[in-house]
Structure formats: structure tokens, C-alpha cells
Write a protein that binds this ligand. Structure first.
Ligand SMILES: Cc1cc2nc3c(=O)[nH]c(=O)nc-3n(C[C@H](O)[C@H](O)[C@H](O)COP(=O)(O)OP(=O)(O)OC[C@H]3O[C@@H](n4cnc5c(N)ncnc54)[C@H](O)[C@@H]3O)c2cc1C
Length: 272
């Protein structure tokens, strides 16, 4: 849609070129959300594509995903064979309530910064133990695990004007075995629950990441695959009923039911 409150679009070569941050400024990534509804509080868009950050940088240590990496680029990435859990990229890219038209423009960083419960790039990068690199204004860069970056429905750890620069996925997480479960009320609908479990092939560590059903990611970590009762008790503790999302895509009761159901399936699958 046309945003008739926007009076200026800036395309700086680097973030430092934006000397002062004013209310009414917004970073522009793919624009798929920004241009999907009126932005009455915004008058200036600052296009971050002009920073020309390399989208995907793979190394023996892991994968650095620029915030500006398009969802379609992540979908098409060819990982080294030992990064078994990179198969989750395609599954999560296909977990949007959106068609290829959105994927072609939407960025990984834009999805994480939106911090919606059904943000599939949040599910992916939280499950793969991603670390967000944040660039505050006029301060040193800082790092926050994706699982802690999202603090609620459309709420996160960013201060005004702070940039999400990249997300780093460690090779140790990419080499893990994984199990994926997702439910939508309608075919190709918005995720009602999206759970990912991972298990370290060497040490046996089990990590369960719950997203979409809860207001923010919930991550449980065990030294080995826990007993069913232990996992259920840990979920009870980490995700009280108030943490389950209530919207047209699912009731809290149904989301909680799916969460326990899928968590147990994942536990059994990764026990094998
Ligand atoms: C039809 C349709 C279906 C959709 N389905 C889903 C869905 O299933 N799940 C979902 O989560 N979303 C969905 N969305 C919302 C949105 O398209 C996605 O969240 C998308 O990934 C946002 O990325 P973007 O690059 O387009 O962000 P933009 O629209 O450019 O920006 C989104 C917000 O993030 C800020 N921002 C972007 N990048 C940065 C950065 N690097 N640092 C700091 N701030 C930044 C912007 O200022 C803005 O506030 C949908 C949208 C549409 C139109």
C-alpha cells in the first residue's frame, strides 16, 4: 500500500551516516510488513539494503546470516552435508502465512524484529541456538541469543534506533539431529504451534524450542533426552497457561494441547 505519511526515504551507505535517531524514523528491510498497513507514526524510512551486507557467510565455525538476507536466499542455501539441521531452513521458510511473493522480499532480520509468535525465522534461529548481533546507536555492538531477543508478542530487546545486524548459527547446532512439528488451522495458514527439537549426536544433549503457540519462544535444555514426565513438568514450569497466545489462529487451550502433544512426539523421535 502507499504510505502517505512518509516524506523521506534515506539510502545511506552505512548506519553511522544516520547521525541522530528521531521518533518517526524506521529501518526499512524487505518492507513486507511496513507496506502492509498504515504507518501513521512514521515519516522517514531508512533502507538497510543499501548497506550491502553479504547475505550468508559460511565458515567452519557456523553460518552468519545478515539481517538483510532474503528468506528466498536462505531457502536456496546449499549447506555442507554435515550440517544436517540445515534441512530446517526449507521447512521454516515454508512456514509463513505467505506466498513466494513475500519470501522474495521479506528478510530474515525483518521477521525476527517483527517478533510475532508465528515468525518462522525466529523458530529456526532460536532452535539452532542463534546469536543476534545488535548494533546500538553510538555504543559497542552487543550479542543476545535469539531465544532471549523476543520478549513477547511484537516485543523484543531492541532499543529505539538499534539495528539487528546478523544472526550467527554455530556449526555445533547445525550438525545436530532434529525433529520438526507444525500445525496450522487452515492449509497454508499462520502457524498455531511450531516446535523444533534437536539432539547432539556426540553428547546426547536435547533442546526443545516452542514457538508460535506461546507469546515468546520457550526453550528447554536437557543433558540427554528426558523421560516423558520430566519433559511435561519442565513445560509446565516454563510455559504457564497465560503464556499461550489467544488469537483467530488458535485458542490458548488448543495451542497448549498441541505443544504437549508435539513435545512428546519430538521426545520419542529423538530418543531413537
Ligand atoms: C500476506 C502476508 C503474510 C505474512 N505472514 C507472516 C507469517 O506467517 N509470520 C510472520 O512472522 N510474519 C508474517 N508476515 C509479516 C512480514 O511480512 C514478515 O514478518 C517479514 O518477514 C518481515 O520482514 P521484512 O524484511 O519485510 O520487514 P519490514 O517490513 O521491512 O520491517 C519489519 C519491521 O522490522 C524493522 N526492521 C527490519 N529489519 C530490521 C533490522 N535489521 N534492525 C532493526 N529493525 C529492523 C522495521 O523497521 C519494521 O518495524 C506476513 C505479511 C504478509 C503481507
Amino acid at each position: 500500500m502507499d504510505l502517505n505519511t512518509i516524506t523521506e526515504v534515506l539510502r545511506p551507505a552505512e548506519p553511522e551516516a544516520v547521525k541522530n535517531w528521531h521518533s518517526g524514523y524506521a529501518w526499512l528491510a524487505g518492507g513486507t510488513w511496513l507496506f502492509s498497513e498504515p504507518q501513521i507514526a512514521t515519516h522517514t524510512l531508512i533502507d538497510i539494503e543499501s548497506f550491502n551486507w553479504p547475505s550468508l557467510v559460511a565458515s567452519p565455525e557456523g553460518l552468519e546470516i545478515a539481517a538483510t538476507c532474503k528468506v528466498i536466499e536462505l531457502d536456496r542455501f546449499t549447506p555442507p552435508p554435515e550440517w544436517k539441521a540445515a534441512q530446517l531452513f526449507r521447512k521454516c521458510c515454508r512456514s509463513f502465512l505467505a506466498s513466494f511473493k513475500i519470501w522474495n522480499e521479506a528478510t530474515v532480520g525483518g521477521n525476527i524484529v517483527m517478533s510475532l509468535p508465528a515468525g518462522p525465522m525466529i523458530s529456526l534461529t532460536a532452535a539452532l541456538e542463534g546469536i543476534c548481533k545488535l548494533w546500538p546507536r553510538n555504543e559497542a555492538s552487543r550479542e543476545v541469543p535469539v531465544a532471549d531477543f523476543v520478549t513477547g508478542n511484537h516485543a523484543n530487546a531492541l532499543a529505539p534506533g538499534e539495528l539487528l545486524r546478523s544472526i550467527f548459527l554455530p556449526a555445533s547446532a547445525l550438525k545436530k539431529n532434529y525433529a520438526f512439528r507444525r500445525f496450522t488451522l487452515t492449509h497454508l495458514g499462520r502457524s498455531e504451534a511450531l516446535l523444533i527439537g534437536t539432539r547432539c549426536p556426540e553428547r546426547g544433549e536435547f533442546v526443545l524450542t516452542v514457538t508460535a503457540s506461546t507469546l515468546r519462544p520457550v526453550q528447554l535444555r536437557f543433558e540427554t533426552v528426558p523421560a516423558a514426565e520430566t519433559l511435561k513438568n519442565a513445560l509446565d514450569q516454563a510455559a504457564p497457561f497465560e503464556l499461550y497466545l489467544d488469537d483467530v489462529h488458535g485458542s490458548p487451550g488448543h495451542r497448549q494441547h498441541l505443544t504437549y502433544y508435539f513435545a512428546e512426539q519430538i521426545r520419542q523421535e529423538l530418543s531413537a
